[in-house]
Design a protein. Sequence first.
Length: 134
Amino acid sequence: MASFTDLPVEILIMIGAYLTDFYSFRALWALTVTSRRNHHVFNDLLYQTHAGIHTTPYALQWGAISGQMRTLEWAVQNGADVNYSGTVGEPTDPQLHPGRLISARDIHEFHIQKPRSSTALHLAVMMGNDKVVE
């Protein structure tokens, strides 16, 4: 019996194209993480959708905080604004974490006395992620 993963890539991409609005973003993310094949098929679309529907480049910020170079590269390649300056403490992605704020835990227990505006580069420097800074 055929399964979802047996569908041709072209059909999968067509299905993914229906999941590119704000309310379907979580479903697109879920498809992306279900298998290596789906990750390969949907990952670019996921980052393009993220950059297109969110004014805050959460993927870029998370990549800078955690030192994930591939996340940073994908976010930039798919339209994330590297000059975005946001405040640590503002809401995280509402689709992935409803009602949750960027916290000290998110930046590896780095404590900020008062929120301040930070670009992805600032966050990388604060976390000591030299690869990101280079």
